[in-house]
Design a binder for this molecule. Structure first.
Ligand code: ADP
Ligand code: MG
Length: 685
């Protein structure tokens, strides 16, 4: 019996070349190898029948190679071809399948006429022949002897490839290890389950007796992954709560004045969130709260109310926005509503330092800025509250750096990324959550239409029509400049064309390569209606708020992500006018069309996020900051909500019963460090 934690090389368990190949792929211990669970199973008790027609799903066939040789296309490109014939006959259908592999000339050493094989892949029709391109295959041996219990007549595991180790060999290795490992050394050590259970699950995962058993094993390991993540966030949450914060928000005088000046009522969701925030601020535990609300749900006013509560207690409050444009806009909004209350607001971005404090010499009460808040010479006098807008745009380090500018300040992070509950709990599990699940009333409807290569004159006419009714429009392009590789019209090019097309209407251009003061000038003119049409790249994606703009035409829409398109669309429908979001595409890519149709079908950010998750997976959905999530191997963020809840309460149980986990403390630390290393989870301390 070997300990699962031992170095493979130190055990005389495997031939040296296997150890080398495993090490090259990052596997060093028995435990690590055993964690490499199969990606699928082949039921070699029942192969599929040879099809007579192309198949939508992959099939698994057993047959004999009757011909195997390199072949050439007319173009001279070569490939390797093997014709596999059905020998079983009868219910297994009759006939042949031709298998082809490209760029794998070495196959001639492996595959020869006479061998019996299993092949797995989709069958398609090519000029009347049934073809499988790049099937996975395995040579079945008749002399398997007792090995046949591993490779044949059962549910056989198929693994993600490890270079240098054939499927068959890998299966042997797994089998060997499961027989040689000491089961107790595989246990997780949190006393959350019997020691033997992990071993049993590994056995079931590698060599299941039924698919149900395999699924149960998968769920168990998904639970384990969630558990590691939740240990991390719960641990952080408990730790954060141990700090003494300050009690803020005793005085609500400013808040009341602010309410009275507002020309509209706050939504129920806004009021509820402010109440939750106020309750947090009034305790000595530092606030650590996430405000989650779809685009246009009115997060800015909640931020403003929160900041007033801090200012009312005599300390400073800072708001960090992800872009210059947004910081400028927030600055204007805040000045507009807060100056009547006599509150000193200042703006600090890379190129600007603005506000009354410059003349009076008094410290600003509210500071709005970009990343510049983190660096520069900004020193806060007494920072009691930090608000971070569009959290997903900032990394962990930036959030932590701003928080360090104060002494355990209260923290409110805001995000418009509508992510499914499972992801929220995973990424922001250390934060309390307030949800803005209601939009302010009186919003015009947004009509979304997908148009495949329409006539330019029709598009122009539509835009002109809307302009003549006094509205404004965004025309969005994916690139600033022309690109050699892709034939995509750039914003700069489009700007010139649109200026001609629209005659007397003013057209503006905005993109990331403009200098900050140029951007600001263009935005000001658009906001004030001087510019009727803004040709833009995605610099306007986040937060821009111009209620009179009711048209958005997105060119080459297939090149944007779903979440991004949803954010872009959030720029319109902010006033009382009926709004139009038109997605233009060439229609050449069916997957892109499927993606774009999601937007036509719903305006609900959560539904869109789920669709995005289904289409692209969690890594891409959350962008680079949290992309470490794609390292998770077993969890299914759409289906495993219940597992996540279970993992959460297990983690809470483990950490509250024994925060230091006495004997297992080392393990716990390792677990947390490991998941932090791969996760880049947002942290607040
Ligand atoms: P987001 O959540 O996308 O940041 P904003 O805070 O920019 O949303 O608000 C979107 C728009 O709705 C702004 O024009 C804002 O003035 C307006 N708004 C916010 N709250 C209300 C409300 N309670 N009633 C009416 N309009 C509101
Ligand atoms: Mg916003």
């Amino acid at each position: 019996m070997f300990s699962a934690r031992h170095d493979l090389a130190s055990l005389a368990l495997l031939p040296g070349r296997d150890v080398v190949a495993l090490a090259a792929a990052g596997f060093n211990t028995i435990a690590e190898v055993l964690d490499h669970l199969p990606k699928r199973y082949e039921d070699r008790r029942r192969f599929d029948a040879f099809p007579n027609l192309p198949t939508g799903d992959p099939v698994c066939l057993r047959g004999r190679v009757i011909d195997a040789a390199p072949k050439f296309f007319g173009s001279g490109r070569s490939f390797f071809e093997a014709v596999v014939m059905n020998e079983a006959g009868g219910v297994f259908g009759s006939g042949k399948i031709t298998c082809r592999w490209f760029n794998m000339p070495f196959l001639h050493k492996l595959l020869a006429a006479g061998l019996e094989v299993s092949v797995f892949g989709r069958v398609k029709d090519s000029n009347g022949r049934l073809i499988m391109d790049h099937p996975e295959f395995e040579i079945l041996r008749e002399d398997d002897g007792e090995d046949s219990s591993i490779h044949m007549d059962r549910l056989v595991p198929i693994y993600r490839n490890i270079p240098g180790i054939a499927q068959r060999r890998l299966r042997d290795i797994m089998h060997l290890m499961l027989h040689q490992v000491d089961p107790d050394t595989l246990a997780l050590g949190y006393n959350v389950e019997p020691a033997s259970s992990r071993f049993e699950s590994l056995k079931a995962g590698h060599f299941p007796e039924s698919l149900e058993q395999a699924h149960a094993a998968r769920r168990r390991f998904a639970l384990e992954e969630f558990f590691a993540l939740q240990l991390n966030v719960v641990w952080r949450r408990l730790r954060y709560g141990e700090h003494a914060g300050r009690v803020l928000g005793r005085s609500t005088t400013y808040l009341k004045q602010f309410y009275e000046n507002l020309p509209f009522d706050l939504t129920g969701a806004q009021k509820r969130s402010i109440k939750e925030i106020l309750a947090d601020m009034r305790t000595a535990r530092p606030m650590n709260r996430l405000l989650q609300g779809d685009v246009g749900s009115g997060k800015t006013f909640v931020a403003m109310a929160t900041m007033l509560l801090a200012v009312g207690s005599g300390c400073q409050a800072a708001l960090m926005a992800p872009t210059q444009i947004l910081a400028e806009q927030h600055y204007l909004t805040f000045r507009r509503w807060l100056e009547p209350l006599g509150i000193r607001v200042s703006l600090r971005t890379g190129n600007r330092d603005e506000g009354d404090h410059l003349e009076t010499g008094e410290d600003p009460q509210i500071i709005i800025g970009t990343h510049a808040l983190l660096y520069d010479s900004v020193t806060f006098n007494d920072l009691g509250l930090v608000v971070i807008d569009e959290q997903h745009r900032f990394g962990v380090a930036q959030r932590a750096a701003l928080i360090r500018q104060g002494v355990m300040p209260d923290v409110l992070v805001m995000t418009a990324t509508p992510i499914p509950r499972t992801l929220t709990m995973t990424l922001y599990g250390d934060l309390d959550v307030s949800l803005l699940d209601e939009k302010p009333p009186g919003r015009g409807k947004i009509i979304t239409g997908l148009r495949i290569a329409p006539k330019q004159t029709a598009v122009t006419k539509f835009v002109k029509d809307q302009l003549s009714q006094g509205r404004q429009a965004y025309l969005v392009y994916p690139l600033v400049e022309e690109s050699e590789q892709v034939k995509t019209e750039s914003a700069t090019e489009a700007f010139q064309k649109w200026s001609k097309r629209l005659g007397s209407y003013q057209v503006g251009l905005i993109h990331g390569k403009l200098r900050p003061e140029e951007k600001e000038e263009v935005m000001r003119r658009f906001r004030e209606g001087e510019i009727a049409v803004l040709v833009a790249t995605t610099v306007i994606e986040v937060g821009v708020d111009v209620p009179n703009a009711s048209v958005m035409i997105i060119h080459h829409a297939e090149r944007f992500g779903l979440a991004q398109l949803h954010q872009l669309r959030g720029r319109i429908g902010r006033g009382g006018h009926k709004s139009y979001c038109i997605l233009l595409t060439d229609g050449k890519n069916p997957e892109a069309l499927e993606k774009l149709k999601v937007l036509e079908g719903t305006a609900d950010g959560f539904e869109i996020a789920e669709a995005d998750l289904r289409l692209r997976g969690p890594g891409s959905v959350l962008g680079t900051v949290q992309s470490g999530l794609s390292n998770l191997r077993f969890v299914d963020f759409l289906a495993d909500t219940a597992l996540l809840r279970e993992a959460r309460s297990l983690a809470e149980q483990v950490l509250t019963e024994d925060p230091l986990l006495a004997g297992d403390y080392k393990d716990l630390r390792k677990c947390i460090q490991e998941s932090e290393a791969v996760q880049d989870l947002p942290t607040t301390a």
